[in-house]
Write a protein that binds this ligand. Structure first.
Ligand code: ATP
Length: 264
């Protein structure tokens, strides 16, 4: 992990929908520059709401932050528009790998760079950078995004976000609905980007096993509150985390009788 300075600070966020449903009850955590932080939790724990609070996307769903705030690079961005956040380097890949289905993969990627005032040559160079990260997208660049596989659409959604040259990439459940091998490929790529270019990553995941394997640290949400935070490696070794989030039972010590059995 690179530097230790704080890039993103989520400070006691409470959030409601329709002025009635309280989805977050005071979530706090920090993300250091250059790290991968996983936001874990079961269905409905508040992961998506937290990410949308960070990117100021709640108003589109009649949601709002009612207390607390978000600091990005030391600046209060609680009221910054999503477009301002993208320009400041904070980009979110929404849940469900949204692509423009009728546009080609390449057109989808180019759309991600439109917010920057880059020349044609710069956009072409950025495209080549994305194709080097995801060679599969280069092969499929002329295909309509809607006709490509779920994995290719996820890569396109991530590639499009990378076209705006983010400092902080925020991803909502990139593993959703994808085969384990594709999920592993995507997490490996995220880790490589993190190591090679220092990209900071906040990733919300229900798949705690893969997220804890690739993240530096993790925060666990339950019922709209952060209940646990720590180093990913340490959390992976904890019995309560294994039982509640990794679907593993703690292994009982073998009984003497069992030890005497011949190998199966
Ligand atoms: N647009 C919405 N309107 C009303 N309530 C919502 C809305 N979106 C989420 N909620 C509620 O807010 C709570 C947190 O949901 P959220 O989607 O943030 O959880 P999550 O951890 O991301 O779950 P999932 O993994 O299923 O996406 C849930 O009780 C959910 O029903």
């Amino acid at each position: 992990m690179a530097g230790k300075d704080v890039l993103l600070s989520v400070d006691g966020i409470r959030a409601t929908y329709n002025g009635a449903i309280t989805a977050l009850h005071g979530v706090s955590f920090t993300l250091r520059r250059g790290e991968i932080l996983a936001l874990l939790g079961a269905n409905g724990a508040g992961k998506t709401t937290t990410l949308k609070a960070i990117s100021n996307l709640l108003p589109a769903e009649r949601g709002e932050i009612t207390a607390g705030g978000v600091l990005y690079e030391g600046r209060d961005v609680t009221t910054a528009t999503p477009a301002e956040l993208v320009r400041a380097g904070l980009v979110q890949v929404l849940e469900g790998r949204h692509c423009f289905r009728n546009l080609t993969i390449e057109e989808n990627l180019i759309s991600g760079g439109l917010g920057r005032s880059g020349s044609r040559a710069e956009i072409a160079a950025d495209l080549e950078r994305i194709y080097a990260i995801f060679p599969r997208l280069k092969e499929k660049r002329r295909a309509s995004a809607g006709l490509t596989s779920g994995g290719e659409q996820q890569m396109t959604a991530i590639g499009r976000a990378l076209m705006s040259r983010p400092k902080l990439l925020v991803l909502d459940e990139p593993s959703m609905g994808l085969a384990p091998i594709v999920v592993q490929d995507i997490f490996r790529t995220l880790r490589r980007l993190n190591v090679e270019s220092g990209l900071s990553i906040l990733v919300a995941e229900q798949n705690s096993a893969i997220a804890l394997r690739y993240a530096d640290r993790a925060t666990v949400l339950e019922n709209g509150a952060a209940v646990l935070s720590g180093d990913a490696a340490e959390l992976r070794g904890r019995d309560d985390v294994k039982a509640s989030y990794l679907g593993q039972k703690s292994t009982p010590a073998p009984t003497p009788a069992a030890t005497n059995l011949p190998p199966a």
